[in-house]
Design a protein around this ligand. Structure first.
Ligand code: CP
Ligand code: NVA
Length: 298
């Protein structure tokens, strides 16, 4: 593994190896190796972040490295310097880069032009670090995903859903995506995914019925804040007590956060499942440390 640009490009073996190492690093926190000793890792963020920024800054430090946070307004990227030039400069100075931005192509280009390990910290197309943390949480809470039904209720073609669909393709678990018709994955994407274990419905009750994991996310992702008309389609897709009534016994609820209570999830459901949801947030740290260790070893 040279970079982490998407879940799509990972194999099942790579995903399970990362999760096994995340379990180890979590257990050995404060006592494990420091493979980033003497290294500087840049963190280019062109969108807001709480969990991703903090978990990467802490993770790089715990592995012995120095995280250098660069918001787009701190660097010339924000004034239009091309990503390929930014990449060729940083590639000569730092040891790795973590990027949160809009276009997936920018992350791909950064990896190509910099030649240094590059991690996708969220683009419009994928949020691979979050899905690794979510899978770690499923593993801890339910013992794994084999034989489990996972539901995703909300935007059917966001970075989160796309990464979940690739995870289902690679790992083979049942994934039911419920989204309004206009926000479902397009036919070309589903043809490329070619995963009979991934189903798409416009009925959230169908997806939630018998589900062991119910997952949701904001209706308006970063950059879509002015698309109020989009939000209007999502009313029936709220994760609330009624929707969860037919979920499997012992089900868990996941939310990558930040959560908008009263929109995609109710206060009642979020607080009832807060232990697992904040365990999921903490797992960002452990899953990403496993990614950093894997990239440092290459
Ligand atoms: N879930 C997640 O990526 O959170 P942040 O936007 O706060 O980093
Ligand atoms: N889909 C959301 C995820 C936030 C962590 C967004 O892109 O804003």
């Amino acid at each position: 593994m040279k970079h982490l640009l998407s879940i799509e490009e990972l194999t099942a073996g790579q995903i399970t190896a990362l999760l096994d190492d995340a379990v180890r690093l979590k257990a050995e926190r404060g006592r494990h190796e420091q493979p980033l000793a003497g290294q500087t890792w840049a963190m280019i963020f062109t969108k807001s972040s709480t969990r991703t920024r903090v978990s990467f800054e802490v993770g790089v430090r715990e592995l012995g490295g120095f995280p250098m946070f660069l918001s787009k307004n701190d660097i010339q990227l924000g004034r239009g310097e091309p990503i390929k030039d930014t990449a060729r400069v940083l590639g000569r100075m730092v040891h790795g880069c973590i990027i949160r931005t809009f276009a997936q192509q920018d992350v791909v280009d950064f990896a190509h032009y910099s030649g240094i390990p590059t991690i996708n910290a969220l683009t419009d197309d994928e949020h691979p670090c979050q899905i690794l943390a979510d899978l770690l949480t499923v593993k801890e809470a339910l013992g794994g995903w084999e034989g489990k039904k996972i539901a995703f209720i909300g935007d059917g073609f966001s970075n989160m859903t796309i990464s979940w669909m690739w995870a289902a393709k690679r790992l083979g678990f049942e994934l039911a995506v419920a989204a309004p018709a206009a926000y479902q994955p397009p036919a070309e994407f589903l043809a490329k995914l070619d995963a009979p274990n991934v189903t798409v419905t416009a009925d959230p009750a169908v997806a939630a019925k018998g589900a062991h994991v119910i997952n949701t996310d904001v209706w308006l992702s970063m950059g879509q804040e002015d698309q109020q008309e989009k939000e209007e389609a999502f009313g029936p897709f709220q994760v609330n007590a009624g929707l969860l009534a037919d979920a499997a016994e012992g089900h868990i609820v996941l939310h990558c956060l930040p959560a908008y209570r009263g929109k995609e999830i109710t206060e009642e459901v979020l607080e009832k499942h807060a232990d697992v949801i904040f365990q999921e947030a903490e797992n960002r740290l452990h899953a990403q440390k496993a990614v950093l260790v894997a990239l440092a070893k290459r």
